[in-house]
Design a protein around this ligand. Structure first.
Ligand SMILES: NC(=O)c1ccc[n+]([C@@H]2O[C@H](COP(=O)([O-])OP(=O)(O)OC[C@H]3O[C@@H](n4cnc5c(N)ncnc54)[C@H](OP(=O)(O)O)[C@@H]3O)[C@@H](O)[C@H]2O)c1
Length: 310
């Protein structure tokens, strides 16, 4: 089991306490400054305090494979629906479209939490600094909320040094990694700034990465990519998930996102469908019980659904 979120924006009350008391929904933070242009009733998305104090939404919008106008429109609509965390990467080749979507939304930049990632070819101190500036330019932003090393290849230490400097200069609010295992995390363990986040593949068929979760659970936040396993392995028609969904009057997608949330994992589901985008926000008005969690735990195959990427 991975660690629970350290905190929610309501202050010092732990999420565990809130979940126990059933008061999570009441304590959920309606973040962002939704004006008339945005959803009348914006989603209340709890936030988590990262190890450096930065607050991050626990649910956001993924943009992998969204390109061009579809991407810009999806990002703009996601923001209108209530998403405030947007996840992109250089290698998705959509940072310009994400930036256009942000601009189109008319949202106050300070209300957003924008993540991007350094790709392997830009690893190393100087290349990482250049890549960061290119990313900012494409996104039309002055700073990033979170910048991640996308994959643990190349000159990771050089990249990390560049990121630490940019972080200290306020150009990135928090820095972290993606797809790092314990031995790869060890390569930057001596650095002054520790990773705030590790973004990894995680879904009901790959629930834990063993040693990682236990060794680093106290201070590094987990974020799930492919929270639905992109629907692979029949996730959306899985009978166990369907049964839990029926019990709560929810969809399989909502059950899966809620399951991640109750395990303390940040999620960034992607959807090109406006209805799905809204459905995926509606996970803070119900709670999975211990039996539901056990049933979903039993789905674990401890196996990546993306062998082609590893
Ligand atoms: N760090 C990394 O290495 C890494 C790797 C992969 C992804 N990521 C990030 O993680 C994000 C999420 O992962 P992902 O995009 O790979 O996959 P995902 O979010 O697990 O799955 C996306 C798929 O789920 C479908 N879907 C979404 N909501 C649904 C709903 N309510 N009902 C039914 N189907 C639904 C979408 O179809 P529709 O469009 O039809 O809704 C789409 O086909 C990415 O977008 C990206 O930002 C990071």
């Amino acid at each position: 089991m991975v660690k629970m979120h350290n905190d929610v924006k309501s202050g010092s009350i732990s999420r565990r306490t809130l979940l126990k008391s059933g008061a999570l929904t009441a304590a959920a933070v309606a973040f962002g400054h939704a004006g008339r242009a945005f959803a009348k009733k914006p989603a209340s998305i709890p936030q988590v305090r990262l190890r450096n104090g930065v607050m991050m939404p626990t649910l956001g919008f993924g943009t992998y494979s969204l390109r061009g106008d579809l991407c810009a429109e999806s990002v703009s609509d996601a923001i209108a629906a209530g998403y405030r965390l947007i996840d992109t990467a250089k290698v998705y080749a959509n940072e310009e479209a994400v930036g256009a979507g942000i601009k189109k939304s008319g949202i106050d930049r300070k209300s957003l939490f924008v993540t991007s990632k350094i790709w392997v070819e830009d690893s190393g101190y100087e290349p990482a600094k250049r890549a960061f500036q290119t990313t900012l330019d494409k996104l039309q932003l002055e700073y990033l909320d979170l910048y991640l090393i996308h994959r643990p290849r190349g000159d990771v230490q050089g990249s990390w040094r560049a990121m630490e400097e940019l972080n200290a200069a306020g150009r990135i609010k928090a820095i972290g990694v993606s797809n790092f295992d314990p031995s790869q995390l060890a390569t930057i363990a001596a650095a002054e700034t520790k990773p705030a986040i590790n973004q990894v593949e995680m879904h009901p068929f790959l629930q834990d990465t063993g040693e990682l979760t236990s060794r680093h659970r106290s201070d590094m936040q987990w974020e799930a990519w492919a929270p639905f396993a992109e629907g692979r392995n029949g996730l959306f028609t899985n009978p166990v998930l369907q049964q839990v969904a029926t019990k709560h009057g929810k969809t399989v997608a909502q059950v899966v996102l809620r399951w991640h949330h109750q395990r303390g994992v940040i999620v960034i589901p992607r959807s090109s469908n406006p209805g799905h985008r809204r459905e995926n926000l509606a996970i803070f008005d119900f709670k999975l019980d211990a039996k539901d969690m056990q049933n979903i735990a039993a789905l674990d195959q401890n196996r990546s659904q993306f062998p082609e990427w590893t």
